[in-house]
Design a binder for this molecule. Structure first.
Ligand code: SF4
Length: 702
């Protein structure tokens, strides 16, 4: 860091990476960001992690897409074969006019020939709320259906399903900062030290002042050093473990009957269901000693105020919705919702996955989770849009759209800022689908793996080059502002969306993101009292009860947005993971992120500091496992599942169980999703990224 002599201008914005939503001050000199400092945002109070502080120079990377491009007629077959430093072998430069006409023309042609359903869209949680709103509107209004989704399907879709089902709202019930008012906190299936590092600092401080932190995870994640209880349970045994804890609360009478009577329904069914889940019966299933399960139950139920945080270790299972149902039931039976220091908090992964979901970028809901099957809801939107009706059927999700391409129904796609050719499960299946598309429009900042399959490339802008709003894991709506201009002819995403929509025949007249926000807010009660003008000067947490209210950090103190104001207990059965280890695939592979790399790596692997710290694809195994396999740290190993195999460098990690291997999914040269299982949760439709039966061996010498 330096002083004001070091820069020409300081611009306040929001970090583009994880869902914490740290506010930053971008120091700009000569049209480039020179360095980044944390400022006093509501979620970070001046703090930043290594990604926020050092992971910014990707925006000046020479591989940025700077001109619209159209696939050459004589280009080689589609595949991961384009040199990002020289696109001319596959694409030719085009004017914006030509590229937009070509992009819209291809979609229109296929929609006219096969019906609007032939065109689907993936939007992005990396874009602003306004851009997410426009994207879902473009697919719904332009093509008449709901086949529009984004990466929430790979992230917290199961958590959101369970939250809407049981408490009536998909957002967190309390900000993570509320841990300051808690006595006890559970962190399950999450590794905030690497994935939400600034949130993790609050969790650590909580333990320093005496708070009890109960960490539950098959991996011994970074917070274990701060934990009063570390439950390293068997992968996939979440429901068994949580039901056993709730069984103790029931049998020992530790539940809050007054709260249950006042604010819940279906308690008797839950209580009866839990009777079989004694700690003694479940201990061999989940691998946690019965006495530890009892102690955790007494600690959580006995707290004056307690919170539950969870991550993708909970959600990315075929029983992800059931995992979340258990966590909701656990909080409800103890009355740990709706007061300071209590609540349910699924830690959101991407910087705007909360906002993109709120804005309706999902196939079953319009903005504010209003059902597409409700005629009155659809009419409220088409009245504002000045358009005709669109389908009342829930649309297809990310993985279902890929299958729909293989089935020959989806023939064209518009993909904005998503990289499913890296992020989808069984990714070869997804890549084969994208190669089959007759028309693929990709709008992005780099030639991502997905962009390799594009027919037309529309050069877009990073978060530090645009104006708009984003909503973090805390429900805090914050404004982002441009510090530098997009390079070359790259444009803000909302501008590209508007130009495309006009060419699809839609009467869109937006000239500024503020106009889009104002339209969006018309049908989103969550944004009541939160005007664009307010956001220009302050972050606001929704819901905000008045123009002066900074927003409600804790919600549902006086009932839930469900019938009769009551939350629901939904009992959960134990469901085994989709594929069990066997003699051929004896180990369990799980995937996730690392501290330095974010998602598919398109940004962080082009950030010089982050790439220097963590430059190579690696998989973590316990040292005892490596010894058994005759492998030394740094050796190459071959990981194989029923979907495929990859070669990757072995890394020793004592925190991982001896029958597990952890693989980050940021590295294209060893793409973890070559291996992952596409089986999905039946409710949230989220794939089982956290459990694949896997064979591990030392690689053959090259
Ligand atoms: Fe950015 Fe998340 Fe790190 Fe904050 S914690 S600086 S939002 S990556």
């Amino acid at each position: 860091v330096g002083d004001s002599a070091d820069y020409d201008e300081a611009v306040n914005s929001v970090c583009p990476f994880c869902g914490v939503g740290c506010q930053v001050s971008l120091k700009v000199k000569d049209g480039r960001i020179k360095y980044v400092e944390g400022i006093n945002g509501p979620a970070n109070e001046g703090r930043l992690c290594v990604k926020g502080r050092f992971g910014y120079d990707y925006i000046h990377h020479p591989h940025r897409l700077t001109r619209p491009m159209i696939r050459r007629a004589d280009a080689p077959p589609k595949g991961l074969n384009v040199d990002p430093g020289d696109l001319s072998t596959h694409f030719r430069e085009a004017s914006w006019e030509e590229a937009l006409d070509f992009a819209a023309g291809g979609m229109t042609r296929l929609a006219q020939a096969h019906g609007g359903r032939a065109v689907a869209g993936f939007g992005s949680a990396k874009c602003t709320n306004e851009e997410a709103y426009l994207f879902q509107r473009l697919i719904r209004e332009g093509f008449g259906h709901n086949n529009v989704d984004h990466c929430t399907r790979l992230c917290h879709a199961s958590s959101v399903f369970a939250l809407i089902e049981n408490v009536g709202s998909g957002g967190v019930t309390a900000t993570f900062n509320e841990i300051e008012n808690a006595d006890v906190a559970i962190v399950i299936g999450a590794n905030p030290v690497e994935n939400h590092p600034v949130a993790a600092t609050y969790f650590k401080q909580f333990t320093k002042r005496g708070g009890k932190l109960i960490v539950m995870d098959p991996r011994g994640v970074g917070l274990r050093r701060f934990a009063s209880h570390m439950l390293q349970f068997r992968p996939g045994a979440d429901v068994a473990m949580l039901n056993a804890i709730m069984n103790v609360i029931v049998t020992e009478g530790l539940y809050d009957q007054q709260y249950i009577d006042a604010y819940t329904e279906n308690w008797e069914a839950e209580k009866a269901h839990l009777a079989d889940f004694t700690p003694e019966a479940m201990a061999p299933v989940c691998g946690i000693d019965a006495q530890v399960l009892r102690d955790v139950a007494r600690t959580f139920a006995g707290a004056k105020s307690a919170m539950i945080f969870w991550g993708m270790g909970v959600s990315q299972h075929i029983h992800g919705t059931d995992n979340s149902r258990c966590l909701i039931s656990l909080a409800l039976m103890c009355g740990h919702i709706g007061r300071p220091g209590t609540g349910l908090h699924p830690l959101r992964g991407q910087n705007n996955v909360q906002g993109a979901s709120d804005a309706g970028l999902i196939p079953m809901f319009l903005p504010d989770y209003q059902s597409v099957t409700d005629d009155g809801v659809r009419r409220a939107f088409t009245d504002v849009w000045g358009s005709g009706d669109f389908s009342n059927e829930k649309g297809l999700t990310v993985t279902e759209i890929v299958d729909d391409i293989h089935a020959g129904h989806t023939k064209a796609m518009y993909i904005l800022g998503e990289n499913p050719a890296m992020s989808d499960p069984d990714v070869d299946h997804a890549r084969e689908a994208f190669a089959k598309l007759e028309h693929l429009v990709v709008q992005d900042i780099f030639l991502t793996e997905t962009a390799n399959y594009a027919d037309v490339l529309l050069p877009a802008s990073t978060l530090y080059e645009k104006t708009g709003t984003v909503s973090n894991t805390n429900r805090q709506v914050q404004m982002v502002r441009p510090a530098v201009s997009p390079p070359g002819q790259a444009r803000e995403d909302w501008w590209i969306e508007v130009e495309l929509a006009r060419r699809l025949g839609l009467n869109w007249t937006f000239t500024h993101p503020g106009e889009i926000y104002t339209e969006m807010a018309q049908n989103m009660r969550s944004l009541d009292n939160i005007t664009w003008q307010r956001l220009e000067t302050q972050a606001v947490t929704y819901p905000s009860l008045s123009p002066e209210d900074p927003g409600q950090a804790v919600v549902f103190g006086d009932g839930f947005p469900r019938p009769e104001g009551r939350a629901r207990f939904t009992p959960a059965k134990v469901i085994a993971p989709d594929e069990a280890p066997d003699d051929d695939y004896p180990m369990i592979m799980t995937t996730g992120r690392q501290l330095e790399h974010w998602h598919t790596g398109s940004m962080t692997r082009r950030a010089s500091v982050l790439d220097a710290v963590e430059p190579e694809a690696n998989a973590s195994l316990h040292p005892a496992t490596l010894r058994r396999l005759g492998v030394a740290p740094g050796d190459m190993i071959t990981l194989q599942t029923r979907r495929g195999s990859i070669d990757i460098m072995a890394r020793a990690d004592r925190a991982i169980a001896t029958d597990m291997v952890f693989v980050p999914f940021a590295y294209v040269e060893a793409a973890a999703n070559t291996l992952t299982n596409p089986a999905i949760d039946p409710y949230g439709k989220i794939p089982e990224f956290k459990f694949a039966a896997c064979n591990v061996r030392k690689s053959e010498a090259p």
